[in-house]
Design a binder for this molecule. Structure first.
Ligand code: NAD
Ligand code: DAU
Length: 352
C-alpha cells in the first residue's frame, strides 16, 4: 500500500463521502475509518464500500489515547484526515462539555498520537484538520466574506470548541513542526446528513406533513456547498496543500433560510407529486437559536488561486438530487429517526 490514512469520523455525514472517495479513487491506499459511532455515526452510510479490500473500520473514541496510539502503530498511519466531532450547534447549547471533550481533547489526543508515532520524521506525513467557517463568528449583511485572515470570533459552544481545536493544530505545527493543514468550510448539504440538520429535517417533515421549524424570522444567511464538492477539495488539499496553511472552502452560494426553506418545499412537493408550494402551510416560526449567527459567507479565492478548486454542483440541481435521495432512502431515514432521535426531536420542537 502506498499510503496508510486514518480518517476519523468516517461514519458521519461528510466523513462517509470522504471515505468513499478515497477508498474508490485510491485502491493502493489503506483507509482506516476510526469512529465511535455516536448517535451521528452510521455504518449504513458506507454499506457500498465496506467490503473493499483497502478499507478497515475501527470503532473507537478519539479521546482514548491508548486506542488512538494502537491504530497509529498497527496500521503504520502516515496521514490523518480528522473529521470526528460533535457537529450540531443546538446540541452544543444544551451540552457544551461533550463538545469540549470530543472537539478539543479528542483533537489534542490525535495530535499527540501523530507526534509520538512520527517522531520528527515528517517527510511524507500529513495531519489534516477539518474545521468550519463558524469559528469566524457572524457577518453583517454588507460585510465582506470571511477570508483566511479573518479574526476568530466564535459564538456558540460548538464554534468555540472548533476554534480551540484549530488553535491546537496550529500550535503543534508551530511548536513541534508537525505537518498540518486546516480547512474551514461553509454549510454542507447532500445525502447521508443526519436529520437534525436543516435540509434533511425539512424533507422528512414535509413528507410526514409535520411543522417546518424556522428559527427567528428566517433571515439568517448560510453559504451552501455540496458535500461531494467538499470531499473533492479535501482530496486536493490533502495531496497538494501546503503545510502550516489554512484554506477556506465555500460554495459562493448564500441563501436566506426562509428562501431555502421555500426552495426545499417546492422541490419536495414536486417530487412527491403534490402541488408545488402546498407544504408552505407547514412553515412554523419558532423561538430563535440562542446566539444565532446572522450570516456566514466564505471567500475561497486562495483555494481557487493556489489549487484551482471550484464548486462543481449547480445548487438547484444539487438540491434536487439531495431531496430525491432522502425520499428514495426512506428506510435509511426511518432507521435513524426512530428511538433516541425521536426523543431529541420532542425535546427540541415539542411532540408534534
Ligand atoms: P457528523 O455529526 O455527521 O459526524 C461526526 C462523526 O464523528 C460521527 O460519525 C460520529 O460517530 C463521530 N464521532 C463523534 N465523536 C467521536 C469520538 N469521540 N471519537 C470518534 N468518533 C466520533 O458531522 P459532519 O457534519 O459530517 O462534520 C464532520 C466534520 O466537518 C466536523 O469536524 C465538523 O465540525 C466539520 N464541518 C461540518 C460542516 C457541515 O456543514 N456539516 C461544515 C464545515 C465543517
Ligand atoms: O457553517 C458550517 C456549519 O454548518 C458546520 O460547522 C456545522 O457542523 C453544521 O451543523 C452547520 O451549522 P448550522 O447551524 O448553520 O446548520 P443547521 O443545519 O443546524 O442550521 C442551518 C440554518 O437553519 C441555521 O441558521 C439555523 C437554521 N435552522 C436550523 C434548524 C435545525 C432552522 O431555522 N430550523 C431548524 O430546525
Amino acid at each position: 500500500m502506498k499510503r496508510h490514512i486514518l480518517i476519523t469520523g468516517g461514519a458521519g455525514f461528510i466523513g462517509s463521502h470522504v471515505v468513499r472517495r478515497f477508498v474508490t479513487r485510491y485502491p493502493d491506499y489503506r483507509i482506516v475509518n476510526f469512529d465511535l459511532l455516536t448517535y451521528a455515526g452510521n455504518l449504513a452510510n458506507l454499506s457500498d464500500v465496506e467490503q473493499a479490500p483497502n478499507y478497515t473500520f475501527v470503532r473507537g473514541d478519539i479521546c482514548d489515547a491508548e486506542a488512538v496510539g494502537e491504530v497509529f502503530r498497527r496500521y503504520a498511519i502516515d496521514g490523518v484526515i480528522h473529521l470526528a466531532a460533535e457537529s450540531h450547534v443546538d446540541r452544543s447549547i444544551r451540552d457544551p462539555f461533550t463538545f469540549a471533550r470530543t472537539n478539543v481533547l479528542g483533537t489534542l489526543t490525535l495530535l499527540h498520537a501523530a507526534r509520538e508515532a512520527w517522531q520528527g520524521a515528517w517527510a511524507g506525513k500529513r495531519f489534516y484538520h477539518i474545521s468550519t467557517d463558524e469559528v469566524y463568528g457572524a457577518l453583517g449583511f454588507g460585510d465582506e466574506p470571511f477570508n483566511e485572515g479573518t479574526r476568530y470570533d466564535p459564538h456558540s459552544p460548538y464554534s468555540a470548541s472548533k476554534a480551540s481545536s484549530d488553535h491546537f493544530v496550529r500550535a503543534f505545527h508551530d511548536t513541534y513542526g508537525l505537518p498540518t493543514v486546516v480547512t474551514n468550510c461553509s454549510n454542507n448539504y447532500g445525502p447521508y446528513q443526519f436529520p437534525e440538520k436543516l435540509i434533511p429535517l425539512l424533507v422528512n417533515n414535509i413528507r410526514l406533513e409535520r411543522p417546518l421549524p424556522v428559527y427567528g424570522r428566517g433571515e439568517n444567511v448560510r453559504d451552501w456547498l455540496h458535500v461531494e464538492d467538499h470531499a473533492r477539495a479535501i482530496d486536493l488539499i490533502f495531496h497538494e496543500g501546503r503545510n502550516g496553511e489554512t484554506y477556506n472552502i465555500g460554495g459562493g452560494n448564500e441563501w436566506r433560510n426562509i428562501d431555502l426553506v421555500r426552495l426545499i418545499v417546492r422541490t419536495t412537493d414536486r417530487l412527491l407529486g403534490r402541488p408545488e408550494g402546498a407544504s408552505e402551510r407547514l412553515i412554523t416560526y419558532v423561538t430563535d437559536r440562542a446566539g444565532h449567527d446572522l450570516r456566514y459567507a466564505i471567500d475561497f479565492s486562495k483555494l481557487r488561486r493556489e489549487l484551482g478548486w471550484e464548486p462543481a454542483f449547480r445548487f438547484e440541481e444539487g438540491i434536487e438530487q439531495t431531496v430525491r435521495w432522502y425520499l428514495e432512502n426512506r428506510e435509511w431515514m426511518e432507521r435513524i429517526t426512530s428511538g433516541e432521535y425521536e426523543h431529541y426531536y420532542e425535546q427540541m420542537y415539542g411532540n408534534r
